[in-house]
Design a protein around this ligand. Sequence first.
Ligand code: ADE
Length: 244
Amino acid sequence: MHIDIITLFPEMFRGPFDASIVARAVEQGLVQIELHNLRDWGEGRHKVVDDSPHGGGAGMVLKPEPLFAAVEAVRPLAAEPGRVVLLTPQGRLLTQAIVNELAQFPRLVLLCGHYEGVDERVREHLVDDEISIGDYVLSGGEPAAMVLVDAVVRRLPGALGSEASLAEESHAQGLLEYPQYTRPADYRGWRVPDILLSGHHEEVRRWRRRQSLLRTARRRPDLLAKACLTDEERRWLEEELASD
Ligand code: ADE
């Protein structure tokens, strides 16, 4: 996969992308990440990229010319034209389903918005998709682009040590993950549930599935409403919740 990031602050990405799974995926050649400074396409001697809003109002708006020029210069640098994604609080709320969808594209071109926003013609005529990472406002799209890249890259085949962890983790099946424990079996008198030490694989699987349902019901009833449960699981869950 090829990811281009067009930003006014390329240096923000160095630390996060130089560590962990993203760095390893880059080293393994699973993903190429190119950072481009929007300022390079700024206008005039001062490399201007923003201007005040037509009609008045506070703050500055990113001008269309540098953003169009940047995307038009960056696109021919790789074989695929790529899906152009603007990070903005007005975008589609990022979920695992959207991450999985984005991970299918051979190339993404991410645009990090700044200031009060971007000129509307950028949304209308340059961008294919708009993504928000949550209902809060960041000072720029950069942290959102980092979140998106991390979530997408770990989906790429070979990026994780074990692909099995993908199937079990939270949100993989629309549920939160069950509680995890490691050694020691007794820490300060807090014991790991006996079932996990029993070696009965089928019992462990059943316990985990039920814990996953219970945890999702208590913490994220919105997710549970969309999940697929057997009648027996529904009955069991109702009983458990009744005793809360
Ligand atoms: N830019 C500013 N806030 C944002 C958000 N919540 N998601 C994506 N991009 C943003």
